[in-house]
Design a protein around this ligand. Structure first.
Ligand SMILES: C[S@@+](CC[C@H](N)C(=O)[O-])C[C@H]1O[C@@H](n2cnc3c(N)ncnc32)[C@H](O)[C@@H]1O
Length: 196
């Protein structure tokens, strides 16, 4: 089943012109919860190689815009409604400049993932640290009523982080999209209705 999934979504992405199979996780969540709408301003953290930016840019259209951020550079031509910024979301100076320059947003997305070591505890702790940074950025940039979608590996810090998100949003969902590999610990937390 796992192998079928990898091949299925990988080949589907190639055929449909997406830069990564990761796009199908966002598409599933967007379709189910009606996240992205024309004219929205979206921040996409951990945006490389760029498939979430491709989908988001097409959904918000030319009246909206997408700001993508990643520690790694990207290698494709952006549409006019997308800005890409290369930087490290764990660097406080970078984050403060980012917030100052581009806030506010209707939605903050984070598909950030750490470089994995194979050690479950280390990897989940690093993932939780990235999720917490994404939450910090979201808390300081979201409009009232805005949405936050963040990837986090299941692990020791998961429940605490979930409680933190629950305190700041009216509705919170924990989601395992079909395109997530079954053996992967990755999960998405969706917060709707930011209480600013
Ligand atoms: C799973 S990929 C994201 C895929 C992307 N959503 C797409 O659709 O193409 C995770 C990304 O998180 C980025 N990342 C990891 N740590 C980061 C950090 N400290 N700051 C910014 N980006 C980071 C990685 O460089 C990687 O590109």
């Amino acid at each position: 089943m796992g192998k079928y999934q990898v091949d299925h979504f990988f080949h589907k992405a190639k055929k449909e012109g997406y830069l990564s199979r990761a796009v199908y996780k966002l598409i599933e969540i967007d379709k189910k919860y009606g996240l992205l709408k024309t004219g929205m301003k979206v921040l996409d953290l951990g945006a490389a190689p760029g498939s979430w930016m491709q989908w988001t840019a097409s959904r918000v259209g030319h009246k909206g815009c997408v700001v993508g951020v990643d520690i790694q550079n990207i290698n494709f031509e952006l549409s006019n409604n997308v800005t890409f910024v290369c930087g490290d979301i764990t660097d406080p100076d970078f984050v403060e400049k980012l917030i100052k320059k581009y806030s506010p947003f209707d939605i903050v997305l984070s598909d950030m993932a750490p470089f994995t070591t194979g050690n479950k505890d280390t990897d989940s702790a690093r993932s939780a640290m990235l999720a917490e940074q994404a939450f910090y950025v979201a808390s300081n940039t979201l409009k009232s009523g805005g949405a936050f979608l963040v990837k986090i590996f299941q692990g020791r810090d998961f429940q605490h982080f979930l409680n933190v998100v629950k305190a700041s949003f009216n509705r919170v969902r924990v989601i395992k999209p079909s395109a997530s590999k079954k053996r992967s610990k990755e999960t998405y937390i969706l917060g709707l209705g930011f209480k600013s």
